[in-house]
Design a protein around this ligand. Structure first.
Ligand SMILES: [Zn+2]
Length: 106
């Protein structure tokens, strides 16, 4: 369902801020604290999400075309992709709990 990205932040960065030029520099890699396992899991999760969305799109087309044979197959594949996605999400949460002791908030 989510395919739209706000372009606002893009136009925002175009205005130079001369006051304190120490704001919008990098910081992306710090999100995972340099943990390779986190990066790997998130990358897999992103791939699983992409695959899931792509399958949903194909399923939509098959539904429109009343392609019953493909609908059945794509429904099964979409279900599997959804499960993989959920499993990875769970794996990420568990890894964060076990390896980073991450509680919500702190
Ligand atoms: Zn980690």
């Amino acid at each position: 369902m989510d395919g739209s990205r706000p372009l606002q932040f893009f136009t925002r960065t175009m205005t130079p801020c001369a006051r304190s030029g120490s704001d919008a520099t990098g910081g992306d890699s710090e999100m995972w604290g340099g943990c390779e396992e986190c990066q790997r899991l998130w990358r897999e999760y992103a791939a699983a999400t992409t695959a899931h969305i792509r399958l949903q799109g194909k399923l939509q087309v098959a539904t429109i075309q009343h392609d019953l044979e493909n609908i059945a197959r794509l429904e099964a594949e979409t279900g599997t992709a959804e499960k993989v996605r959920g499993d990875l999400r769970e794996a990420i949460r568990r890894h964060e709990e076990n390896s980073h002791g991450a509680g919500p908030g702190t």
